[in-house]
Design a protein around this ligand. Structure first.
Ligand code: Y43
Ligand code: MG
Length: 438
């Protein structure tokens, strides 16, 4: 039984009041139980000396406890801050920097000030959760005042504590619990459930993996609830937290899906069309890669109402007048029989001296209500006389990329993605997309 009757995995009631400080660029008052913190975001049109001229901004934080925030008056921070406050403000800064694309912020600094009105445990985690809200308010204002074309926020960040009290794992410790906790942990996470920082100490005693697993589960649950509260408090402004937009991939080919996910991962979440229950079939009856890529993207967008990206690709061999080209997947008859396709290619190339070829890829992006966008890429290479390598798919084992003296099938994913026809098309697509957004 916990001091305040909460269940082990129950966090304290939370409230977040945005725009609490009217003079601040962005602000909120966050209350988690009796812990209350004023969080403000200030924007300055300059960066610290070490970032001057680098074309990026900075996010930093300061943390302080107000004198009456604890029962015994706490001395105001003078010129020299106490070690604990310094450690905490660094944590807050690190955590919130992960929420922001510093390049997109431009050469300006956002300072997040977290002043604890009342301390009842979990002040650092409340500071982070509140600072995220103040930061988002500031981002909205930067866009509203046309200082930025889009919000520089790329992740939602929140933090919570959990620990072990009287041998029982518990979420969100209040001060009374914290002061005699056997294990004390702080979780800082993003909206993808990834960890930004974990602080954990066995204070009274060491702790087991099993206890850690339970604490972790509680922490993750708490963070999800806090993120809902942040979004609720922000209302419309929650749009300025920009978890990556979803793009469906219009393909039945898992290799393509994986390659494309890697290429777009910094900007979009790519999910297979099957994730929303679309299985096709899609008839690829255009006579160009671009035409087929558009057919795929449009079919999935039409069926789901969601943005979709399609890939049509293939091999063009000079000595075969560009064959197999758009027919690459069904060169030997059956669509997607890689073995038969490679065999046929080898036999058609028998005795040919010119073995030069190029892999081609067209990507098509269809956003509901908008024109389809096409991007293309190609990669030159040579057709070998026998297979080399076991990775990849399709014609990978026969396609030698001379500068690396490796076939696609001998490359690891990272190597292939650096030079492949698909990655070149993806690069072009990303640049078109970023121009559209700005
Ligand atoms: O990086 C590649 N490495 C090896 N082979 C490749 C590559 N990229 C395309 N290719 C070959 C495979 C297939 O023979 C044809 C694509 O045919 P294509 O219709 O675009 O793809 P697919 O049917 O496998 O999947 P889907 O249409 O569902 O996207 O070109
Ligand atoms: Mg296909």
């Amino acid at each position: 039984m916990r001091a305040d009757g909460r269940k082990p995995d129950e966090k304290r009631p939370i409230s977040i009041e945005t725009d609490f400080v009217r003079t601040a660029y962005g602000s909120c008052l966050i209350a988690t139980g009796n812990t209350r913190v004023i969080c403000t975001a200030s924007v300055e049109e300059a960066v610290p000396p070490f970032l001057k001229g680098k074309g990026q901004g900075w996010v930093t934080a300061e943390y302080a406890m107000l004198p009456a925030s604890t029962t015994e008056r706490k001395k105001r921070d003078g010129i020299k801050k106490d070690g604990r406050s310094v450690e905490i403000q660094r944590l807050i800064g690190r955590a919130l920097r992960q929420a922001v694309d510093l390049k997109a912020l431009g050469e300006r600094t956002i300072t997040l000030d977290c002043d604890v009105l009342e301390a009842d445990g979990g002040t650092r985690t409340a500071s982070i959760t509140g600072a995220m809200v103040a930061l988002t308010c500031a981002a909205e204002r930067l866009v509203r005042e046309k200082k930025l074309p889009i919000s520089p926020i790329i992740h939602q960040v929140a933090a919570i504590s959990a620990g072990v009290i009287d041998d029982e794992p518990c979420l969100d410790l209040c001060y009374q619990e914290d002061s005699h906790a056997q294990v004390d942990m702080n979780f800082v996470m993003n909206e993808k459930g990834e960890f930004i920082e974990l602080q954990g100490t066995g204070e009274g005693r060491a702790f087991t993996k099993k206890e850690l697993d339970t604490i972790m589960e509680y922490g993750e649950k708490g963070i999800r609830e806090l993120m809902d509260a942040q979004r609720e408090a922000l209302g419309d402004r929650a749009r300025y937290i920009a978890p990556k937009p979803l793009l469906l991939v219009a393909t039945g080919n898992e290799h393509k899906l994986r390659e494309l996910q890697e290429m777009f991962k910094d900007y979009y979440t790519l999910a297979p069309m099957t994730a929303v229950g679309f299985f096709g079939p899609i008839e690829e009856n255009a006579d160009t890669f671009a035409g087929n890529a558009a057919i795929k993207a449009e079919a999935v967008c039409e069926a789901t109402g969601l943005p979709a990206i399609g890939d049509d690709s293939g091999l063009e061999v000079d000595a075969l007048d560009g064959e197999p080209g758009v027919y690459s997947a069904r060169y030997a008859g059956e669509h997607g029989d890689d073995e038969a396709n490679n065999d046929l290619l080898l036999s058609r190339m028998e005795g040919k001296e010119d073995r030069s070829a190029a892999f081609k890829c067209a990507l098509a992006l269809k956003i509901p209500g908008k024109e389809t966008i096409i991007a293309e890429g190609s990669c030159p290479g040579t057709i070998l006389t026998e297979r080399r390598g076991t990775g990849g798919f399709g014609y990978d084992p026969l396609f030698l990329y001379e500068p690396m003296n490796k076939t696609y099938a001998e490359m690891n994913a990272e190597e292939k993605n650096q030079i492949s026809h698909r990655s070149r098309a993806a690069e072009m697509m990303r640049s078109i997309m970023s121009q559209l957004l700005s």
